[in-house]
Write a protein that binds this ligand. Sequence first.
Ligand code: SF4
Ligand code: FE
Length: 493
Amino acid sequence: MAIAAENKLMTGEEYIESLRRRKPLKLYLNGEPVENPVDHPIIRPSINSVALTYDLAHDPEYKELATAKSAITGRIINRFCHLHQGTEDLMNKVRMQRVLGQKSGTCFQRCVGMDAFNAVFTATYETDKKYGTEYHKRFVNYLKKVEDNDWIVDGCMTDVKGDRGKRPADQQDPDMYVRIVERRPDGIIIRGAKAHQTGAINSHEMILMPTVAMREEDKDYAVCCSLPADAEGVVYIYGRQSCDLRKLDESPAGDIDSGNPCYGGQEALVIFDDVFVPDENVYMAGEWEFSGMLVENFSGYHRQSYGGCKVGVGDVMIGAAALIAEYNGCPKASHIKDKIVEMNHLNETLFSCGIACSACGKKTEAGNYLIDTLLANVCKQNVTRHPYEIARLLQDIAGGIMVTLPSARDFLNPETRTYLEKYLASAPGVSVEDKMKLLRLIENLTLGRAAVGYLTESMHGAGSPQAQRIMISRLADVEQKKQLAKDIAQIKK
Ligand code: SF4
Ligand code: FE
């Protein structure tokens, strides 16, 4: 990967061009190899979403929010490359994610890298403190490169896990968790796969982290390292998303029927088929005691993130609900107004959680700021629920036509258009074409491609609900609460 060091604060267009300079990826989509991901109609909308994270840093309205002063060089960098230097930074991260959710209506992918930077920064510091290793220095050097080149880095955590009842070293197939298969004098060889990798194909680089706390016998699985997205031996298999083929229709009908013609999210299965990583890019190689800390911190940051990005998409959902009520001529119906209040209440509750875990963040010994882990887990636990209720209310307000609507090609065909203009008409002054576009957006958000990012990802992204419940049970001090009850009831023992 050759990107000029002076290429700081790339624009969206420059970012897209930088992807073209990567070596060809070994990428498969729908059974076919893909040579040019940048211009592929299914992939391009997801690249456009990432491009927004670059353009925001140049937008006069959001420039301050989307940039930060580097803790490493003192220069102005994109916030997505930043080590949080205070609670205001943590809150600004969430605010920025909300704005990007509002603009894209989907997942813009760049947060996993930012969350990985902050988690690995602390874990390497702690590892060096115990073992006198050099991981932290290496990682800071790497981060400087990330900042200088304004890279998007995919944070790769989730292993495929095989038999869920068995730990990494106990699996029948030892490759069910990414592991070190060989240690060489100048680096390591890794093998395994990471599932559901957000934005992997749209990234310049990736950082691999372990997915669970390891035991001593799992030490070959305690591996954290970074590598270029176009490294030799990396294979990508693109994840299908509901209604993705609608993006292949490049006609005006396709633009209407896709619901969100410009933007999309992206997940892929990434396989590491004996990939060499030089020592300078290795940040954990067997120090299993620090894998748990790394997993918890990364998950905590990403659970915080959801209090921003999902809220931004929630804003689009609420707007779509209010708009379709207007189009249908019933914006003043009391039950509609009440449902929109409820949607706002649910959405702002998520935002409050994102802000609260940021405001209560603390400085780490390494020097960056960590969110309040209990509150971040509460944030994500709410995210596994509230978006489903928001989507349910939106579908309720939209009506059944969001799934029975004839295709845009029928609308554009003069033989059927007159019927559709007549029988799909609603409130005066509302064009049938606009109504169709809005209904398709609602379909996209609640059932289609964006529903992957808004609903399923709300459930499973940054850890499934049970993972947060385990953390909440560990972090909430119930013994202290029992004592409170005893004190008030004047129970002596
Ligand atoms: Fe960012 Fe949200 Fe996508 Fe995660 S799900 S990468 S936090 S936009
Ligand atoms: Fe995610």
